[in-house]
Design a protein around this ligand. Structure first.
Ligand SMILES: O=C(O)CCC(=O)C(=O)O
Length: 301
C-alpha cells in the first residue's frame, strides 16, 4: 500500500523536449515563470544584495546556496515548474547540486568558455550520454539581443572533451547567444561548452541557476545545510538537499528517504513485478523514463 501523503512526480520532459535536450544539450521554455513569481524572485535578490556588504552595484555579484538565504528561494528546491525534468534524469537519487543568483551589471566580469563539473577527468568520460549535472536557468530580466551578459552555448557540444576556444572569450562559429525574454526557463546539460557575453547594455542581468545531480556527486555550494533550516523544509525539499552526516548515505540513502516521488503513470512507489517482496524499497532500482521508453520500443507488438 502506498502512503497517500507522498507526491506524484511533477511533469517532466515531453518526448519532443527530451529528444531535443538529448541531441542539443539544452532546452528553452519561454513564458515558464509567471510575472508575480518573477517579481518575488527579483525582490528576494534585491533583499539579499541590500544586506550583503560585499555587493557593489557596478561589479558582477553571485551568491551560492541561495535556497538557505531566503524562503522565496527555498521553495525552488522542489518547485513543480522544473523538478520533474531533473527527476526524469536522477529519479529517486535526485540532489540539488547548487543554487545561485547572478547579478551581471554593464561592464561586469564575464566567463570564458568552459563546461561545468570535473576538469581533469570530466563526468562525461564515465557517463558519455547521461549528464551528471543539469542546470535550470530562471531568467528574470529581458535579454533581447547579444552583448547583454547573455549565456552563450555551443549546441550539441556536450560530447566534446576538447575545444580550441577553452578559457577564451572568442566567438565560435557554432555558438548560440541565448536571447531570452524574462520569464524564460532553460535547461542545460552541464557538459555543453558555454561562456558569457560582455554586458554592453544599460540593463543589469539578473537570473537564478539551480543545478541538480545524482545524490552521490558532491554538492558544489555546501557540505551540509544548517540543521534548524532543514527542519523548516517539506519532506521532498529535505531529501533533495541530501544533507547527510554519514558520507555513504549519499550513495545509499536511508530507507526513510524513499520514495522521493511516486511514479507518474502508476502512482506507485516502486516498479511492479521486478522484485521479490522481501526486497525493501530503498534497496530496489527504479526505472527512469528513458529506460521505460527503451523497454516499450523493444517489446514485441
Ligand atoms: O552566467 C551565466 O550565464 C553562466 C555562468 C557560468 O558560466 C556557469 O555558471 O558555469
Amino acid at each position: 500500500m502506498t502512503d497517500a501523503n507522498y507526491r506524484i512526480a511533477p511533469p517532466g520532459f515531453t518526448p519532443q523536449q527530451r529528444e531535443q535536450f538529448d541531441r542539443e544539450g539544452y532546452l528553452v521554455i519561454k513564458n515558464a515563470i509567471a510575472e508575480d513569481d518573477i517579481a518575488r524572485y527579483l525582490d528576494a535578490i534585491d533583499r539579499c544584495t541590500a544586506n550583503d556588504p560585499k555587493f557593489k552595484p557596478d561589479a558582477f555579484h553571485a551568491r551560492e546556496n541561495i535556497v538557505e538565504l531566503d524562503p522565496v528561494f527555498t521553495e525552488l528546491i522542489d518547485h513543480a515548474r522544473h523538478v520533474g525534468y531533473v527527476y526524469d534524469f536522477y529519479g529517486e537519487l535526485l540532489k540539488m547540486h547548487l543554487s545561485q543568483f547572478f547579478v551581471r551589471p554593464p561592464g561586469g566580469a564575464h566567463n570564458l568558455w568552459h563546461p561545468d563539473g570535473a576538469r581533469a577527468v570530466p563526468y562525461s568520460v564515465f557517463s558519455p550520454s547521461l549528464p551528471m549535472q543539469i542546470k535550470v536557468g530562471l531568467w528574470l530580466t529581458d535579454l533581447p539581443r547579444a552583448k547583454m551578459g547573455n549565456i552563450v552555448i555551443r549546441p550539441g557540444s556536450q560530447h566534446e572533451q576538447y575545444f580550441e576556444g577553452y578559457d577564451t572569450h572568442d566567438s565560435a562559429p557554432d555558438e548560440l547567444v541565448l536571447c531570452v525574454p524574462r520569464g524564460t526557463m532553460t535547461l542545460l546539460n552541464c557538459n555543453v561548452w558555454h561562456r558569457v557575453e560582455p554586458n554592453e547594455s544599460d540593463v543589469v542581468r539578473k537570473n537564478i541557476f539551480l543545478a541538480y545531480c545524482p545524490s552521490w556527486i558532491v554538492a558544489a555550494d555546501r557540505l551540509q545545510n544548517d540543521a534548524e533550516w532543514l527542519q523548516t523544509l517539506n519532506r521532498e525539499q529535505r531529501i533533495i538537499m541530501r544533507s547527510y552526516a554519514y558520507a555513504y548515505d549519499h550513495t545509499k540513502p536511508p530507507a526513510s528517504d524513499f520514495p522521493l516521488f511516486l511514479d507518474r503513470e502508476t502512482g506507485l512507489d516502486h516498479d511492479a513485478d521486478l522484485y521479490h517482496e522481501r526486497v525493501a524499497l530503498h534497496r530496489r532500482k527504479r526505472r527512469l523514463p528513458h529506460e521505460k521508453q527503451q523497454e516499450r520500443a523493444a517489446a514485441p507488438v
